[in-house]
Each structure stands twice: as structure tokens, then as C-alpha cells.
Design a protein around this ligand. Structure first.
Ligand SMILES: Nc1ncnc2c1ncn2[C@@H]1O[C@H](COP(=O)(O)OP(=O)(O)OP(=O)(O)O)[C@@H](O)[C@H]1O
Length: 651
């Protein structure tokens, strides 16, 4: 079809539209349809009268250029880079101001005349009000990136063009410029321009960010991304702040985060913005501390509104160091605690509190899913405190049969009961004298013993079975549980007064899948295993990627088992993805494995699943524990709850 025929048809369609008849508009995109309606109803453009291209005089052009001088200066490098990429594909590049006037242009010298005729030229006016629907004008109106391809242009003069434009906005979200690539000839299909749309959008954002950095160069700028590797290179969010954390301005991603925050917690006065420490879960000293940190100067924070982990770096104001007094002194190293985490916001909080608690006598309750390292943390607290030279006695209340807990904990005198040792036994509480008693799975402590434990804690003395006088004990108690203790108290399974005595301070360990420092945890568990086995085996990157992607329902214990399995079965000197247990190779853990993830309470409905797992494993409890990533006692306890008895013990 000739261009003239196409233009005539195009004009007919638009005339039908202007007369309120919508024939032939079925396939038209909504964004274009709305713009056409604006051209007819608002701007009173006549589709039957194509308009000549309007190019500004030199003087008028200079005025427009001057008004965006600062931006042009910053944008030039981006404009040149983008042009270098698209020129050989037949595109020219336009940068317009917010009114659609082309203030910067990169063309093709040999096609100068044709380009000028098409309006692809310095000084050309692409305002929607004059030029009709077009990439630049419609992009300015809608503040969004758009391709205007062939017949989507309103004016018949432009229907041989393909144009793709993306807005560049200021920190308030107002369009200050538009980046556009256009071609005189292009394939028919609209999809052929999709790649161009992504490319122009990317460069528009880079220019926008470069301009933001330039404009707020005298402020502290926080740069963040959800991928650690990209923060320095291309961190998505930019937020300029005062040294006290007050927000000054943000780029598009930063504004989206602030918007999300204000949506959840609206301000009580219209001009009240959240400070950076409300936006991210941390204190201003944690943020400023990034500047004095060693290593890559990136720190993870949790964005409160979305709960996403963001990796943050800080850029100092140009030519000025942030006042030394504002920079917090780094905390004194506490190796036993420091080695438990690298850069995870939740672990930062846990370890910060643990540092404060390590030399205190206050009882600590550690909560978290099974296998998150509650016992490891308890031991680190002990090792880093004033009781380090005393004993650390760990008791798993779920693993000791109920009938033996009392004698194990409190001890007994000779002849206190039949079946006891001839010389009696010093109970575990006494064994912890001068050190720490760690009571794991405290929720499994039988009710009658809870009262006795309460007495030990209140009076600091223990009464062994068969004894007449109590024995003084000097212990610090740390307890742990993965259960919902308030529910247990509500159900009458746990004494409230004991709970308050044990819960002097609470440390909640995050699940492995929630941790931003998973890479560090995998590395350190792996290195510990390799050192223990004296095995010089390397963990290859493909295996690491699979481990990072997995959901870890059984947390660090399951991770340790998986790595232990790989080390035991690997044939060469490096572990690849193929050496990992099969269940770690899926994106989401299989349904049966989510058993471990839930508290024991949730498992009540899941006896069937546990039964199936046991049958599959031929009642090998260790194997089921490994699959679920829980300890053997946990499996036994769950079996007991569901009345599951191994075939060889039946009858
Ligand atoms: N930071 C760590 N580095 C290396 N190994 C760890 C770490 N944390 C935990 N582990 C290992 O993971 C396993 C589970 O840890 P731990 O027993 O402390 O978890 P837990 O939360 O007490 O589990 P449960 O709730 O089943 O009692 C242990 O083998 C422990 O050695």
C-alpha cells in the first residue's frame, strides 16, 4: 500500500473517531486511544489537515536549552552512549525539555534532509498539543515510557515513523526532559520496538540518577538495591538525607519506597515525611556507620514497609567528610558472637542485644524455628561472658523421657529410688554451677517440674531427690523454644510466672531463608565441615547458587546435613550442583518437608504426612530427621503425638 493511501485511511479512521464513530479502533491500544481523544476533544486538532513540522528559531531554541543547561551537561554522556548503540540500527536520538522541544539531537548526517522534514531535528516541537499523538508528547502527558509506532501517530505526516520515548523526572516526579529514539523506517510489527523501549527506559533512568547525584552532591546520599552485587554499580534507590536522617529527596525507586511506607503509616500532618530510620529498620548510627565500615561498605537493612532486605551504601557530600562526631565508634569485637552472622538486619539486632546481655545475669529466652542455631547462640553468649570459664550444660527437655527429667535435672541421693545409681547422681542443674544452664525446648518441660524449676530460679538452690536440705547453686539460665509460648500459657500448658522469669530478655533468630547473609552462613558451615573432615574440597559456584536459591525449611541443621552428605559422597575434589541432595535442587521445598517449618502445633493435622515419610524411610528415624531438617528427638516427639509406633515396637 502506498504512503498516500495509508495516510488517507488513517485520516478516515480519525475522522470517524472525531464524529463519535469508533469503527476500526478495535486493536488500538488504550494509551493511544486516549491520546487521540485528547487531540480531537481538547486540542481541537483536525485529522484531515496534516500539520507541517514546527522547528523553533535559533534564539528560541537557545532559551529552551538554557533552561535545562544543568541537565544537558549531566545527560551528554548517556545520550552519546545510547546513540552509539542505536545509530547503526537506523535510529536517531532526541532529548527534549518538558515542553517537548528538542534541545539535544544525534542524527545521521547523510539523511539530514529527510530527518529534518520528519521533525527529527534540533529545535523540533513534539508537544502533543501541536504534533498530536507522538512518543515524546504522549510520554510527557502520561509521565511514562511509550512507543508510538507508525499509524499510532495522530498526524498523518508521521505515520511512517517509529518513536520510543521515556521520561526523565525530578525528585518530585515531574517530567523535566524526555529521551527518545526514532527511525524513518522500521518493521511493521509493534513488538519489534520492545527492546528499544527497555533500552530507552534504562538510559532515561541512568540520566535521571546522574542528575539526582549532581543536584544533591552536597548532601549525604544513600544508595540501595535488593541485590548486593549491584549497589555500587547500579543501585536502584537513591535517597538524599541530612546527617540526622531527615529525608531531603529521592529518585523514582526511593519515592516508591517512601510512598509504600506512607501508604501503611500515613503521616499525621501533610508535610511530615518519615526519616530514614523509619523507612529502614535501624538507627542513624547504623546508617552512618557504613562510612567507617571495612570491606565493601555495604550494609543490609530491612525496609519496614515491604519487609524486603535492602543493601545500602552511603555517598559522602562532595568535598566534605561527615562530621567525625556523627560517625559511631565500631563496637568492640566479640569473636564468639561476631562469627554467627555477617550482614543481616535481624541478626544485627540479635547480636547487638546479645553483646549487651553477655555479662548480665538476666535470663534469656531464645526463640526461632528449629535448626536456626538457638543452641549455638546460647553457647556463644556463655563463651563471650563472665561465666566463660564455668561449665555450659545443655539439656534438651524434649529428648529426655518425662520419667527421667526430674532425676536428670535435680539429681538424687543414693537409694532415692529403685533403679538409680548406687552413689546417687549430681543433677544437671548442679553440674552447671558457676556457669550456664541451657534448657532447650523449654516448652516440653512437664508442668509439675515447671514449679520445681521456678523454685530453683527464685531461691537459687536445688533439692536433689531424697535430700533433706537444699544445695546452693550459682547458675545463669538460658532457655530456647520454637513454640508459641503465649498460646501454651493460654492453653494452661506452661506456667505464666515461670515464663516471665525465663523471659528476662528475648532473642529471636530469623529463619535461614529470611537471612540476607545466607552466602556467609553457607560458607562458614561448609568451611567448618571441611576443617573437621580435613578434606580439601571446593564448593563450586553452581552448587552455591542452588544452595542460595533453596528454601531451607530445616534451617542451618538441614544445610549442614546437605553439605555433610555432599562431602561424604563426592567423588572428585569439588562439589557441584549434582552432588547436593535432591531435595535441595528444587525452588520450593516439597510439601512434606514443610512439616519442619511449622511449629509442632501445626503438625497436629499432619500425622499422615509424617507417617508416609516414616514408611518411605523404612522407619529410619535419623533419615526422616535429616529429610525434615529437625533433630531426632523432635521426630520422636511428633511420632508420640500422633501415636505412630515403629513396626518392631508394636505389641
Ligand atoms: N552459625 C552457625 N555456624 C555453623 N553451624 C551452625 C550455626 N548455627 C547453627 N549451626 C549448626 O546447625 C545445627 C542446628 O543448630 P542448633 O542446634 O543450635 O539449632 P536449634 O535452633 O537449637 O535447633 P532445635 O530447635 O532443633 O533445638 C547444629 O548442628 C549447629 O552446629
Amino acid at each position: 500500500m502506498s504512503l498516500q493511501t495509508e495516510q488517507r485511511q488513517h485520516i478516515d479512521t480519525l475522522i470517524q473517531l472525531s464524529e463519535g464513530r469508533e469503527t476500526g479502533l478495535g486493536a488500538c491500544r488504550e494509551v493511544i486511544r486516549r491520546s487521540w481523544a485528547r487531540c480531537v476533544d481538547e486540542y481541537r486538532l483536525d485529522p484531515s489537515r496534516p500539520r507541517p513540522v514546527r522547528v523553533l528559531t535559533q534564539q528560541a531554541l537557545r532559551d529552551h536549552q538554557e533552561s535545562v543547561d544543568d541537565l544537558l551537561h549531566v545527560a551528554r554522556a548517556g545520550v552519546d552512549q545510547l546513540h552509539a548503540q542505536v545509530a547503526r540500527l537506523g535510529y536517531v536520538l532526541l532529548l527534549t525539555d518538558h515542553r517537548g522541544i528538542t534541545v539535544e539531537f544525534r542524527g545521521q548526517r547523510h539523511r539530514d534532509r529527510a530527518l529534518r522534514k520528519a521533525g527529527l531535528y534540533l529545535g523540533a516541537d513534539w508537544d502533543e498539543r501541536y504534533a498530536g499523538t507522538c512518543a515524546v508528547g504522549t510520554c510527557i502527558h502520561d509521565t511514562r515510557a511509550i512507543t508510538c509506532h507508525h499509524g499510532e501517530h495522530f498526524d498523518a505526516t508521521h505515520i511512517n515513523l517509529t518513536c520510543t520515548a521515556a521520561p526523565i523526572t525530578d525528585p518530585q516526579g515531574n517530567v523535566i526532559a524526555v529521551l527518545d529514539i526514532s527511525a524513518l523506517e522500521s518493521p511493521r510489527s509493534h513488538e519489534s520496538q520492545n527492546f528499544g523501549l527497555s533500552l530507552v527506559t534504562l538510559y532515561a533512568r541512568m540520566i535521571e540518577d546522574a542528575y539526582f547525584m549532581h543536584r544533591y552532591r552536597d548532601c549525604l546520599i544513600l544508595r540501595y538495591d535488593t541485590a548486593r552485587e549491584f549497589v555500587h554499580l547500579n543501585g536502584r534507590g537513591l535517597i538524599a538525607i541530612e546527617e540526622d536522617g531527615t529525608l531531603i529527596a529521592a529518585n523514582g525507586s526511593g519515592r516508591a519506597l517512601i510512598g509504600e511506607h506512607l501508604h501503611r503509616w500515613p503521616p499525621w500532618s501533610p508535610d511530615r515525611m518519615p526519616s530514614i530510620t523509619q523507612l529502614f529498620d535501624g538507627e542513624i548510627s547504623d546508617v552512618l556507620g557504613i562510612l567507617s565500615a571495612c570491606g565493601d561498605q555495604i550494609r543490609a537493612f530491612r525496609a519496614r514497609a515491604s519487609d524486603a532486605t535492602c543493601f545500602v551504601t552511603l555517598i559522602e557530600p562532595r568535598g566534605r567528610r561527615v562530621a567525625a562526631r556523627a560517625l559511631p565508634a565500631s563496637p568492640a569485637p566479640v569473636p564468639a558472637l561476631d562469627r554467627l552472622a555477617s550482614d543481616d538486619p535481624a541478626m544485627h539486632r540479635v547480636l547487638k542485644l546479645a553483646r549487651r546481655l553477655r555479662n548480665e545475669e538476666v535470663s534469656v529466652l531464645i526463640t526461632g524455628e528449629t535448626g536456626t542455631g538457638k543452641e549455638v547462640l546460647a553457647r556463644a553468649l556463655h563463651d563471650s561472658g563472665t561465666r566463660a570459664s564455668g561449665p555450659f550444660v545443655a539439656v534438651n527437655c524434649a529428648a529426655i523421657p518425662e520419667s527421667l527429667i526430674e532425676s536428670e535435672l535435680f539429681g538424687y541421693l543414693p537409694g532415692a529410688f529403685t533403679g538409680g545409681r548406687r552413689h546417687g547422681m549430681r543433677g544437671l542443674i548442679q553440674q552447671a554451677d558457676g556457669g550456664t544452664l541451657f534448657l532447650d525446648e523449654i516448652g516440653d518441660m512437664p508442668l509439675p517440674l515447671q514449679s520445681r524449676l521456678l523454685r530453683v530460679l527464685a531461691e537459687r538452690e536445688v533439692m536433689p531427690l531424697g535430700a533433706e536440705t537444699p544445695v546452693k547453686v550459682d547458675i545463669r539460665v538460658i532457655t530456647a523454644t520454637h513454640r508459641d509460648m503465649s498460646r501454651m500459657i493460654g492453653d494452661g500448658h506452661f506456667r505464666e510466672d515461670l515464663y516471665y522469669r525465663l523471659n528476662g530478655a528475648q532473642l529471636r533468630l530469623p529463619a535461614l531463608r529470611e537471612r540476607a547473609d545466607r552466602h556467609f552462613v553457607i560458607r562458614s558451615v561448609y568451611e567448618a565441615l571441611v576443617a573437621e573432615r580435613e578434606q580439601a574440597t571446593r564448593l563450586r559456584a553452581d552448587a552455591m547458587s542452588a544452595l542460595l536459591a533453596y528454601g531451607w525449611p530445616g534451617n542451618i541443621r538441614q544445610l549442614k546435613n546437605a553439605l555433610g552428605f555432599a562431602l561424604a559422597t563426592v567423588e572428585g575434589d569439588e562439589i557441584t550442583v549434582h552432588d547436593l541432595p535432591e531435595e535441595c535442587l528444587v525452588d520450593a521445598p516439597p510439601a512434606t518437608l514443610t512439616l519442619a517449618q511449622q511449629g509442632d502445633e501445626a503438625v497436629d493435622d499432619d500425622g499422615q504426612v509424617l507417617h508416609e515419610l516414616l514408611q518411605q524411610a523404612r522407619w529410619n528415624i535419623s533419615q526422616v530427621a535429616r529429610r525434615l531438617g529437625v533433630s531426632r528427638p523432635t521426630v520422636y516427639r511428633r511420632m508420640q503425638r500422633h501415636g505412630l509406633v515403629p513396626p518392631n515396637r508394636r505389641g
